[in-house]
Design a protein around this ligand. Structure first.
Ligand SMILES: *Cc1c(COP(=O)(O)O)cnc(C)c1O
Length: 224
């Protein structure tokens, strides 16, 4: 087994260990920004299919190099309107939708013969001026726009809570996200994904209800 496979197995075991007894295991999104395609290929050989990228151009380059593999691509970085077409055509998931203006651009660009682009609404849960994400009050309006748009499927919420050193403060943000997710799911049954938790805190996020965790450095080592 390669070192990458051992780290992957250890991470999956930690995810499993953090899970409530009856819950489905949270999915692991391997966050591969700045990692070369060869590193993704190695992890794919160990069974990892879902990869998260922050920059559209970097992701497109890797997709070309890995076109022989059946991978699932998630955009997790901020999205500019001039990149909507590339994202709709070349990704499986967009996790960072945060404004209404992008919705028609994404829907129009998605190839009609493909399954819809899976969309998570990014929420600025700690109301940080520097962060992308919509205010909690705007989730429902965005959700309605996504569900009304052919080519898009509303799948849930994503957040990057402020990295408070205090674990209780982080857990509190995760719990607020979970409450917003439950409300969304009550209105939109297709919303089944709550993406939160990174290398430092994914076990805590799972304990608070995450269904997907986004893990970079714990899988790949420090970014290059
Ligand atoms: C980089 C990144 C991650 C992964 O961060 P790590 O701390 O390396 O696990 C997760 N989510 C987003 C949005 C990121 O940009």
């Amino acid at each position: 087994m390669s070192a990458g496979c051992i780290t992957l197995a250890a991470t999956l075991a930690r995810i499993h260990g953090a899970q409530h007894a009856n819950a489905a295991p949270a999915r692991l999104l391997a966050v591969s920004k700045t990692q070369p395609a060869a590193v993704l290929r190695e992890l794919a050989a160990c069974g990892q299919r879902a990869f998260g990228e922050n920059y559209v151009q970097e992701a497109l380059d890797k997709q070309r190099q890995l076109a022989d593999l059946d991978l699932e691509w998630h955009l997790i970085g901020p999205l500019q309107s001039n990149k909507c077409r590339d994202v709709a055509r070349h990704f499986d998931w967009l996790e960072s939708l945060d404004r209404a203006k992008l919705v028609p651009l994404l829907g129009a660009a998605r190839q009609p013969e493909r399954p819809p682009l899976n969309v998570l609404i990014q929420v600025n849960i700690d109301d940080e001026a520097s962060k992308s994400g919509c205010a909690p009050d705007h989730i429902e309006e965005l959700a309605r726009r996504v569900t009304a748009t052919p080519g898009l499927a509303l799948r849930g919420l994503m957040a990057i809570p402020a990295p408070h050193p205090d674990v209780a403060r982080r857990a509190e943000a995760f719990r607020r996200m979970h409450a917003l997710f439950e409300t969304l799911r009550g209105r939109h049954p297709g919303a089944d994904t709550l993406s939160m938790g990174m290398s430092e805190d994914f076990e805590l996020a799972i304990a608070c209800g995450a269904t997907e965790v986004r893990v970079g450095s714990a899988l790949f080592g420090p970014r290059r």
